[in-house]
Design a binder for this molecule. Structure first.
Ligand code: SF4
Length: 235
């Protein structure tokens, strides 16, 4: 079913573009921390604020957490996110070097285990590093991917983390990026939380959601800016 859904979504939205150069894993991780509970435009601004102020992430070792908080205010939850970033940088420094290049040699399970051991970094954030920076065939599960995969009937799980493990158990090769990215777009523009626009949904024939909202045929606003596909372009 995943392959069929992927094909239908590519027909509808196209094959999502990727940067030719994969972003640095630590850049990607910090951008993903900033993206928690906000939109991609706001978190991208906060990320650019940090990148333009500091030439390298190890400079944050000597910076007060409150200064980081001020710079990333536009992303929301700035106190919590600045704690997570400061804690991450401090922990990497204690391991020897403020970068994450070493996880390129880790398998998926080991990389997720390490990244989620840092405070404020969950399975979704860790799996974004795997997909967007290490080019692993792993599909991160945010609120949109959780909602849409459960409505369509690909999985039947109660939480995003449970959906992640169920979905990725036997994930078909080579399609994680297009599947993940187009499902987010579906969730933002058509399969919205309260009132899905089932009347214009390309998946209406195969979707198992029992409460389809077929009367809603208005087209959703196009929202295709993806933060994590743009992190590499500002290195
Ligand atoms: S048919 Fe409706 S519920 Fe199913 S994926 Fe499309 S918008 Fe969502």
């Amino acid at each position: 079913m995943i392959v069929a859904v992927n094909k239908i979504l590519i027909n509808k939205f196209g094959l999502p573009e990727r940067n030719k150069k994969l972003p640095d894993p630590l850049d990607l991780l910090i951008a993903t921390i900033l993206s928690q509970n906000t939109n991609d435009n706001n978190s991208y601004k906060a990320f650019l604020n940090l990148k333009s102020k500091y030439k390298s992430w190890d400079q944050l070792l000597d910076v007060k957490r409150t200064s980081i908080e001020k710079l990333i205010r536009t992303a929301g939850l700035a106190k919590q996110k600045s704690f997570a970033i400061k804690n991450l940088i401090t922990n990497l420094d204690a391991r020897g070097k403020v970068n994450l290049n070493f996880i390129k040699n880790y398998d998926n399970e080991k990389a997720i285990e390490l990244l989620t051991s840092f405070k404020g970094i969950g399975v979704k954030t860790a799996s974004c590093v795997l997909l967007f920076s290490l080019d692993r065939n792993v599909c991160p599960v945010d609120t949109h991917v959780h909602r849409t995969t459960n409505r369509i009937g690909i999985v039947t799980e109660k939480t995003p983390d449970k959906t992640f493990y169920a979905l990725n158990k036997n994930f078909p090769g080579g399609i994680a990026h297009s599947f993940h990215t187009n499902l987010i777009r579906l969730g933002r523009e058509i399969c919205k939380p309260a009132k899905p626009n089932c009347g214009i949904c390309p998946l209406v024939e195969i979707c198992k959601y029992p409460d389809k909202n077929l009367n809603n045929t208005s087209a959703g606003k196009k929202r295709d800016f993806m933060l994590l596909d743009n992190v590499g372009s500002c290195q």
